[in-house]
Design a protein around this ligand. Structure first.
Ligand code: PRP
Ligand code: URA
Length: 209
C-alpha cells in the first residue's frame, strides 16, 4: 500500500493558511503556492540517492556527496498543477516536465483527458504528479493510469490539500503510489469541492472567476 505523508512543517502550514484565506488575492495566492511547492519538494526529495565524490577544498581533499543523478520528471495536471511547477524546479532544476490535461466533467465528475505531452523516457524517470487538489481522486487516479499506460513505473503524487475520499481512491487504484500532502481535509461538498479546502484552485491561480 502506498503511504500518505502529511508534510506538517511549520512554514508549509503557515503559508497554507493564507492560501486557504478567501481574502488572499491572485498575485499573493500564486506566490504562496509557489513557495509551498518548493518547501514540499524539499521534503519529497528526502530519499533521493546520493553518491560519493571527491573535491579539493582550498585546504584539503574531501569526500563528499552529490545526487546520484536519478532522472526525475514532474507531471502537473492542468491547469492547477502548473502553479506548483516553478517552485519545485527551483530546487530540482534538471527535472523534465510533462503536461497532462485533465478536467472534471461537472455533470459526471469523472476525469477526462484532453492533452498529454511527456518526456520520451518516462519509463526511466521517477515521476512526481502534481495537483493542488485531491478531491474525489478521479483526476489523479485517471492521470496516473494514463502515465502507467505510457510506461511510467515509479510515481509519487504531490497535492496541497487532499480529502480522505481522494486518498482512498488513489490508494485503491494505485497501491504503489506514495501520496504527499500539506493537509487532509474532512469532507467534500455536494459539488465535490473539498471543505474547508481553498476553493477552486485553477480559478484562484489564474483569476478566472
Ligand atoms: C481540479 C483540481 C484537480 C481536480 C480535483 O481541477 O486541480 O485536478 O479538480 O478533483 P478530483 O480529485 O475530484 O478529480 P479541475 O477539473 O477543476 O480543472 P482546472 O485545473 O482546469 O481548473
Ligand atoms: N478542485 C478544486 O479546485 N477545488 C476543490 O475543492 C475540488 C476540486
Amino acid at each position: 500500500m502506498g503511504r500518505v505523508h502529511v508534510l506538517n512543517h511549520p512554514l508549509i502550514q503557515h503559508k497554507l493558511t493564507y492560501i486557504r484565506d478567501k481574502n488572499t488575492g491572485t498575485k499573493e495566492f500564486r506566490e504562496l503556492v509557489d513557495e509551498v511547492a518548493a518547501l514540499m519538494a524539499y521534503e519529497i526529495t528526502r530519499d533521493m540517492p546520493l553518491r560519493e565524490v571527491e573535491v579539493e577544498t582550498p585546504l584539503a581533499k574531501a569526500k563528499c556527496q552529490v545526487l546520484a543523478g536519478k532522472k526525475l520528471g514532474l507531471v502537473p495536471i492542468l491547469r492547477a498543477g502548473l502553479g506548483m511547477v516553478d517552485g519545485i524546479l527551483k530546487l530540482i532544476p534538471a527535472a523534465k516536465v510533462g503536461h497532462l490535461g485533465m478536467y472534471r466533467d461537472p455533470e459526471t465528475l469523472e476525469a477526462v483527458k484532453y492533452y498529454s505531452k511527456m518526456p520520451p523516457d518516462i519509463g526511466e524517470r521517477e515521476l512526481i504528479v502534481i495537483d493542488p487538489m485531491l478531491a474525489t481522486g478521479g483526476s489523479a487516479a485517471a492521470g496516473i493510469s494514463v502515465l502507467k499506460e505510457m510506461g511510467a513505473k515509479q510515481i509519487k503524487l504531490m497535492c496541497l490539500i487532499a480529502a480522505q475520499a481522494g486518498i482512498d481512491r488513489v490508494q485503491k487504484e494505485h497501491d504503489d503510489v506514495d501520496i504527499y500532502v500539506a493537509a487532509v481535509d474532512p469532507v467534500l461538498n455536494e459539488k465535490s469541492y473539498i471543505i474547508p479546502g481553498l476553493g477552486d484552485a485553477g480559478d484562484r491561480l489564474f483569476g478566472t472567476k
